[in-house]
Design a protein around this ligand. Sequence first.
Ligand code: PGA
Length: 247
Amino acid sequence: MRDTYIVGNWKMNQSLSSINEFFTEIQTLKLSTNVHGWIAPQAMHLSTCINLGAKLGIKIGSQTCSEFDDGAYTGELSCSSLKDLGVHFTLVGHSERRTIFDESHKVLNEKTKKALTNDLICIFCVGETLEQREADQTFKVVEEQIIQGLKDCTQDNILIAYEPVWAIGTGKTATPEQANEVHGFIRNLVQEKLGWDGEKQIILYGGSVKPANIAELLSCEHIDGGLVGGASLKSSDFKQLTEASQS
Ligand code: PGA
């Protein structure tokens, strides 16, 4: 039986005061041992969130990390400093990083390796655009993202998030069947092509996850949790999402 993960991706949102309110409002949250509630705030709020989250068992992560160790890379976040701060995980390859910031398979592979070397858990994100889905390329795109992005990586400390780009922030969720089909494909892929233990692999779904659809998504065989943008910003929704995961 795999554990369940609800991971909030706050993107470039939340202020110091809204973060304080958020954590005050979820003070009664109780996570069971097999349900993990994680949040990725903006980098300048990592420390605050680590302190506030610790009391509730909420682990905090970064939205990206640098592929370099340290040095003259203005604006970047080194994995060793993230680890020092008490950061638990990092997202790598979110579709916004791939498209807006042009992060290539090669760079994402380097980031993943750097995160793992520094003992950070890596949530590696993949997913197709609407155009690619309509052209029947979903499996091909996801396969390429995984094979190239996770090349020479070991399974330990890697979670995979399947986030169809057309479902992110659009209100359009993949149907549980659509999501489960790709998750099953990924499970098989990591087993066959990377030599990992497919049964053990945690695979999260992302794309307009909300309290109203989480139970159905989690009832699918291959879906182990959600990577949640918009709905994770509201304390009541985040609480409901984690509660739904415990039932
Ligand atoms: P969304 O974002 O839940 O707002 O669709 C998900 C994500 O980008 O991780």
